[in-house]
Design a protein around this ligand. Structure first.
Ligand code: AFP
Length: 322
């Protein structure tokens, strides 16, 4: 089982990108260690502040954000970063090659119940300029040069793409190395499993209400098959299941917050996950267009998300076009 660095080398990934991915994942190993001992270190619970999203920050949101900022600054490879936990981008090494966006701890509402959380990251080539601004990060997802997440679960797993398919690695803790265990993740094109926060059902737009209602009718309904439902409440956990065995994951627009396009953030959740899913043969749409084609207008922009098994995404999107 090759290490991350060995496999990236075998894929002819440029050395500086490979080094950056090594720095990011090394930092994630440190975050994993913190999570393993969270209750013993008094680092669970609220940090006592809100982030730019107006969400209560957990202590580990802030700690993991600072760890990643420090690691990326030390790498010397990063011209700037943008984070869910930072209102604006943060300049780093002026001759860095890359821009990195991340959600340092996705699913943080799961931390205090010892459930799945993860770190999501997205990498672009840096523009040839000195002072980085938010506008420099507003690039469509199809321009990403790499994307991935580290899932802090029973195993610590890295899922990564550099545009040559999607790979999965497992952390071998004793060696401190991520070892390749799937070099070509393939999402089944059909599925019987969907993921949605069903408590919002009354707030969804009609097309999503009709789509989900038809799934729930099972084999006697228009889909003529029975479906199962899962909801991890952490995108990294739901997407990992979709990549591992198929499925459709959606967080649609709802009228609870009509001025928000959705709950999930484009630049550091939907885009990296969309890249991973497409590279594994799946699809990722808002409700009408390919996520990777969305022209961003804000680094914290939200979008509705429908992603997973290609045929099922096509069916769900078709409900939104009628
Ligand atoms: P937190 O990081 O605040 O827990 O939010 C996680 C998330 O952004 C995404 O990872 C989940 O899919 C989604 O929110 C869960 O939303 P609900 O809490 O409404 O189910």
């Amino acid at each position: 089982m090759p290490t991350l660095a060995e496999h990236l080398n075998s894929q002819n990934v440029p050395d500086r990108l490979s080094a950056l991915l090594g720095d990011i994942t090394d930092c994630c190993q440190d975050i994993a260690a913190l999570l393993r001992h969270g209750p013993m270190n008094d680092i669970l619970g609220l940090a006592g502040a809100e982030n730019v999203q107006g969400e209560d920050q957990k202590k580990l949101d802030v700690i993991s954000n600072d760890m990643l900022k420090d690691a990326l600054a030390k790498s010397g490879l990063v011209k700037g970063i943008a984070s869910e936990e930072e209102e604006h981008c943060v300049g780093s090494s002026k001759d860095g090659d890359f821009l990195v966006l991340f959600d340092p701890l996705d699913g943080s509402s799961n931390i205090d119940i010892n459930s799945l959380v993860g770190t999501i990251f997205s990498v672009y080539a840096a523009p040839d300029k000195d002072n980085i601004a938010d506008a420099d990060f507003l690039r469509p997802g199809h321009e990403q040069v790499a994307a991935g997440y580290v899932l802090y679960g029973p195993s610590v797993m890295l899922t990564l793409t550099t545009g040559q398919g999607t790979q999965m690695y497992m952390l071998e803790q004793s060696r401190g190395e991520f070892l390749l265990f799937d070099d070509k993740v393939q999402i089944p094109v059909d599925t019987k499993e969907f993921a949605i926060n069903a408590s919002n059902q009354r707030h969804w737009a009609a097309p999503m209400q009709t789509y989900i209602a038809d799934l729930l009718k099972g084999e006697t309904g228009p889909r003529e098959k029975n479906f199962n439902m899962r909801w991890v409440a952490a995108m990294v956990g739901d997407v990992h299941r979709v990549l591992s065995r198929g499925g459709i994951f959606t967080y649609p627009w709802d009228k609870k917050n009509p001025n928000k396009a959705g709950k999930l953030r484009l630049m550091y959740e939907a885009n990296p996950m969309g890249f991973l899913v497409e590279q594994a043969g799946g699809k990722a749409f808002t409700d009408t267009i390919r996520i990777l084609d969305v022209a961003p207008d804000n680094i914290h922009q939200r979008v509705p998300v429908i992603l997973g098994s290609a045929h099922e995404v096509d069916i769900c999107v078709a409900y939104h076009k009628t």
